[in-house]
Design a protein around this ligand. Structure first.
Ligand SMILES: CC(C)(COP(=O)(O)OP(=O)(O)OC[C@H]1O[C@@H](n2cnc3c(N)ncnc32)[C@H](O)[C@@H]1OP(=O)(O)O)[C@@H](O)C(=O)NCCC(=O)NCCS
Length: 166
């Protein structure tokens, strides 16, 4: 199945389906900081600004269906503008088949071409599949934010990971 999936830059026509996928992953309440997607109009503004300001925002498409995304948002202040924050997610039925690896490798390639030097994020310590993927493509653990994520009274450590591209 993974072979039928295309990876493309996100365009305006993808925004509503991106919003649905983001909402699905967020509502799992395990993987993302968000526990539900922001309202569609806020997501639209975020996505449009991401597209027009040259951030990395790739989507995975199975036919016409958007099944995943990977974004890398460049930091705002000039002294941090060589850094980007990565976020990604796939619909549950598309996980564990190598698609995440295709997406993140493509996104890193675009970030490299755009001159980004450092890509970073936090991943929940119990998200073994994501950590494995990130380490496979070269991210290293830089530290742990203890008990940084809390849902329904359960605390989880967040592992800070980064990749240096120079
Ligand atoms: C994290 C995510 C993007 C990874 O994409 P994916 O397509 O599922 O991952 P891949 O199949 O490309 O690779 C996963 C790697 O983890 C391994 N893996 C799979 N399940 C695993 C598990 N339960 N524990 C540890 N490793 C696991 C795979 O074997 C593979 O490693 P390999 O290349 O050495 O064989 C995807 O699972 C997802 O969307 N998860 C929910 C949202 C999320 O966690 N987002 C990231 C928040 S930081």
């Amino acid at each position: 199945m993974a072979g039928d999936i295309r990876i493309e830059p996100m365009g305006e026509t993808h925004i509503e389906s991106f919003h649905r996928v983001l909402d699905t992953v967020a509502r799992e309440r395990k993987y993302l900081t968000l526990l539900e997607a922001p309202p569609l109009e806020d997501t639209r503004k975020f996505a449009l600004s991401s597209i027009t300001t040259g951030n990395v925002h790739l989507v995975a498409l199975h036919g016409d269906e958007l099944v995943g995304w990977c974004d890398i948002r460049r930091h705002f202040f000039p002294s941090h503008a060589h850094c980007g924050s990565l976020g990604m997610g796939l619909l549950p039925g598309y996980r564990g088949q190598g698609l995440g690896r295709r997406l993140i490798e493509a996104a890193i390639g675009v970030a490299r071409e755009a001159g980004m030097i450092r890509i970073e994020f936090g991943v929940h310590a119990d998200n073994a599949r994501a950590i494995r993927l990130y380490e496979r493509v070269g991210f290293v653990r830089e530290g742990v934010s203890r008990d940084a994520f809390c849902v329904d009274g359960a605390y989880t450590d967040v592992i800070n990971m980064a990749l240096i591209l120079r």
